[in-house]
Design a binder for this molecule. Sequence first.
Ligand code: PHE
Ligand code: CA
Ligand code: ZN
Ligand code: ZN
Ligand code: ZN
Length: 284
Amino acid sequence: APDISVANVQAHLAQLYTVAQQNGGTRQAGTSGYTASLAYVKGKLQAAGYSVTEQSCTGCTNRGNNLIADWPGGPTDQVVMFGAHLDSVSAGPGINDNGSGSSSLLENALVLAQQNPTMAKHVRFAWWNGEEQGMQGSQFYVSQLGSAQRGAIKAYYNFDMVGSTNAGYFINNITSSAAAPMKEYWDSLNLRPEENIEGQGRSDDYSFQQAGIPTSAYATGADAIKTAAQATKWGGTANRSYDSCYHQSCDTTANINATALDRSADGVAYTLWKTAVGTTAPAN
Ligand code: PHE
Ligand code: CA
Ligand code: ZN
Ligand code: ZN
Ligand code: ZN
């Protein structure tokens, strides 16, 4: 799998931060900051050759569009999905929550397009509206799927807060087969990841899980407290939250741990390659 440039991921974060600054300090669903965030991601994807669609989330309290991008390769009845919520809370610019997941997926999508490998499965990326109002964007997407479309999605991987300053290394459904590549990558870095207890049922993977689709996720922690054992294992500060700016105006580009962000973005690439890229020679 390719090594994702964390500098490139951070450049996307800087753009999303600028978007927030130019739109009243937020990228909340239903605001101009959300629309501008979507336009940024969509423009990059289209320039890279993606077929991109916007889905109006009519089931969302704060109306806005989900952004869905399919890489044109691999059998469309065998889909691996990677998703992140693109909306922030009203209080701040949402750079760790969830510029981090959004930008990690965007850079992965661009690298996939650049490398253009032969695909064994079809890859679909999604950026969700309305997560902060209760995972409404992803819930709406899943509710609109026909049974064949739903059955075609073999796994859904979620990325919500993957650059927390006082990072932990958490994986949802860590013992599941869907999680295996995610765990394999962090295990290879000797991170000894733990089950994401804090994040159970609290992000967009839950919408897919409820529909019976295998799911997993990376997260580096929100407002829960790092234990002494975790600080010994992962570094950082015991008895302090993983992200001390969670849902606050200080969730800016300064509120990012570049090491954690890089390990997450690289793990996306590892998982994407492991699950969806064929073993035959690249097309280029
Ligand atoms: N889904 C939460 C949010 O966006 C983030 C979160 C993830 C909180 C995992 C706790 C655990 O605010
Ligand atoms: Ca990297
Ligand atoms: Zn949030
Ligand atoms: Zn979030
Ligand atoms: Zn790295």
